[in-house]
Design a protein around this ligand. Structure first.
Ligand code: ADP
Length: 306
């Protein structure tokens, strides 16, 4: 089957400072694809290029079968875009915003109501309220409803869960799963590494470079090093002590533990315990753990920097 999105060698700089470097990527139809990386990684830039709001310096991309430059009108008609910052008309009411977006796309709220019913029904009781007067979670629901009103084939969401409460966050991801079941391709960016597990595949991005594109299982399987989770009552001193050991590649705080990547897979938690023995750590423990996406990201990131 044809890909929903194909990206070939996209580059983009702002005043000679590169924001995207040679991006190559494809997204299959009907998948939830996550673009995951910290602030400033280039996520918004890539989404704005794919939604035809920004021109790349070089490279091409095909979205839903159309070229992002030549066929930009076609793309605007068949994709939905929920920007990171609230972009609706603050002084129009909820219903007026919905009607406006529906009209722009030549449809009506009634025509695609079933697609947005789950989410729009929650804000419908406030349909006469100005959008600017809604709570954060409700604004987000209205923005998503507006992005879906023309039943797009591909939906782009730029950091939809940033600064959103945990309940609204879960509701949003449940909604994305439903949209996937309706056959809509979802391209979503996030800085939250834990959201990677909710995507079919992800691209890890840092400083405009794709570090890895794979399923979460695939990314974790490619981590071939030994990762030891170490704990003691004094985490700060523990990090310093671990970093001094010559068989430790990296040690960084991870929740209430220190995740420690070993240079040599022959070493293990026992080697760490004996190396730290004389340093009088209270409640010292060490155990090997399976890496999370965040561990993989840290590893890939530092290899890229180095
Ligand atoms: P993200 O969405 O991952 O936070 P962005 O795409 O917004 O990343 O930004 C990527 C890089 O490009 C950052 O270094 C950012 O400061 C820079 N940048 C983004 N937009 C502009 C702009 N309009 N002018 C200059 N630099 C920009």
């Amino acid at each position: 089957m044809k890909n929903a999105i194909e990206i070939y060698d996209i580059n983009k700089s702002y005043k000679n400072k590169p924001a995207l470097k040679n991006i190559n990527l494809h997204v299959e139809p009907g998948e939830i694809f996550g673009l995951i990386g910290p602030d400033g990684a280039g996520k918004t830039t890539l989404i704005r290029i794919l939604t035809t709001l920004l021109l790349a310096d070089s490279g091409t991309a095909i979205v839903n079968g159309s070229d992002i430059v030549k066929d930009y009108k076609q793309i605007r008609a068949t994709v939905g875009y929920m920007p990171g910052r609230f972009s609706l008309y603050q002084d129009l009411t909820v219903e007026e915003n919905m009607n406006l977006f529906a009209k722009i796309f030549g449809t009506s709220i009634a025509e695609n109501y079933s697609l947005v019913a789950d989410i729009y029904s929650q804000i419908e009781p406030f349909k006469d309220r100005q959008a600017g007067q809604l709570s954060g979670g409700m604004k987000q629901k209205l923005a998503l409803s507006c992005a879906l009103i023309h039943k797009p084939d591909v939906l782009f969401l730029d950091e939809p869960t940033t600064g959103v409460d945990p309940v609204s966050r879960k509701e949003l991801w449940d909604m994305l799963k439903k949209l996937k079941n309706e056959g809509i391709t979802v391209f979503v960016s996030t800085a939250y590494m834990d959201e990677a597990t909710l995507c079919d595949r992800v691209a890890l991005i840092q400083d405009g470079v794709l570090l890895s594109v794979d399923s979460v299982d695939g990314i974790i399987d490619s981590f071939k090093k030994k990762l030891i989770s170490v704990k003691s009552d004094d985490i700060y001193r523990l990090i310093g002590d671990l970093r001094k050991l010559d068989f430790v590649e990296k040690a960084y705080p991870f929740g209430d533990c220190v995740h420690t990547i070993l240079l040599d897979t022959n070493e293990d938690e026992a080697t760490i315990m004996s190396a730290l023995e004389t340093l009088k750590h209270n409640n010292l423990s060490a155990k090997q753990v399976i890496p999370t996406v965040e561990d993989c990201f840290i590893d890939l990131m530092e290899n890229h920097n180095g």
